[in-house]
Design a protein around this ligand. Sequence first.
Ligand SMILES: Cc1ncc(C[n+]2csc(CCOP(=O)(O)OP(=O)(O)O)c2C)c(N)n1
Ligand code: SF4
Length: 499
Amino acid sequence: MPEQVSTSAPDENPAADRFEVTHSKSSVFYQQYERKSDLQHQTHYCPGCGHGIVHKLIAEAIQDMGLQDKTILVSPVGCSVFAYYYFDVGNVQVAHGRAPAAATGIKRACPDKVVLAYQGDGDLAAIGTAEIIHAANRGEKIAIFFVNNAIYGMTGGQMAPTTLVGQKTTTSPWGRRPANEGFPLHVCELLSALEAPIYIERVALSDNKNIMKARRAIRKSLEIQRDGKGFSFVEILSPCPTIWGMEPVDARKWVAEKMIPNFELKAFRDAKPAALKDEPPPMRSAPEVLEIQAAPVCTGGEYSHPFHEMTVKVAGFGGQGVLLLGQLLAEMGMCEGLEVSWLPSYGPEMRSGSAHCHVCLSEERIGSPLISEPDVLIAMNEISLRKFAPSASPGGLILYNGASLPADFDAPATRIACIPAAQIADDLGSTKVANVVLLGALLEETGCLSFETAKRAIAGRVKRTELLDVNYRALEAGRRFVDKEVWVGAESQPDGFAY
Ligand SMILES: Cc1ncc(C[n+]2csc(CCOP(=O)(O)OP(=O)(O)O)c2C)c(N)n1
Ligand code: SF4
């Protein structure tokens, strides 16, 4: 009989072939944690912290059910903020308290995924009270794992809604007094008052027997998600030895002796999914919902896009049609059957403040609308050129709204074309169409989308005939300028277009 050893992942253990490995790290965890220097083999949790145990129970359940590739984990703000460094699943980290809302959106967008939210008691029961109540009330098909350690761990021990009566914290130094701070919030009991949830259970990490019960509850919750049945909620009473100022063993005892009498352990709800008439939502195409184009697909399948994915940042100041240019590109992409995203960013000023937007055109579903290294930067003013050129993708393209580059400007890693779009637009009789001049230049330079679609998109926006005409002329002027004046694909020169 080979020696037995308890170890981390077998392939990390050079002696694994000499031992029978009885316990190894779940394959749902990353082999190596993203930590500083030599800490890669361990988590950032304090010794005796319940988060590590809950992580392990969740990871093993995901592994045993074969759900790793289907799982998206939403991690919170709190000590478990770095859950995404451990779980090798789809990960989203959200703002404080917002996990149920984010999980709702993710599940609705990706109904075939198993969506889990992991939250602490400060996160879920204080700042996130509204989110959890409403997600539960809607019966979202998500699982919430609520780690209740009766305190704010990450921020050094402030009182949480779940802090026990009499418990001392940094913000209740004389102990929690109901007359002043209210009673501890019993979240399972609150949610049990709602009709929609199908599974609500409270468990504890006080001893091995209870940990096994927690294991079963976590598995059950995951099964409910795997089977798409409805909203499931597991509250886990958990030790926080560091902030409670206790040894790990004493902290476990404290869970048993102080927390459990205050927070009853039981399955509050274990129901069959309600016989709600599950009417599918009306499925309408995005252009239809956004009322942006009568004909949903214009040239899809006909126009051959010279990219798999192309990202564009349009930047300038309010009033230059920066956001509109991005919208036109996104609408055109949609018309040509691409996946698109458009993400605006602008200050509180309506006009003259800085504005930019990110556009992604892709043949595949888009992971994030945020673009850090755009393939194309359309800089409608000098400030934007200077600010965003350094982040343009190496080998990418910059279209600059100007006759020449500023004398001291250099961006050697990119191709730059100077298009005096404002001047061209002025000559056409409307400064406003400078953005459309740049659109024409972009289409001619990259061939990313068709001119035909551009005209349709513009026609969908501009109703007055004379304005439509000047827009068409602007589009053509941009195209012609690039065709005649700009040497495509050449090195950029500080004195103007690419030569
Ligand atoms: C909007 C916002 N408000 C406050 C904070 C500060 N903050 C970070 S974690 C936290 C509480 C975390 O406590 P809990 O959810 O119980 O998790 P634990 O750390 O105990 O696991 C707070 C208040 C923040 N990051 N963001
Ligand atoms: S402070 Fe508490 S909750 Fe945070 S890692 Fe340490 S023991 Fe865990």
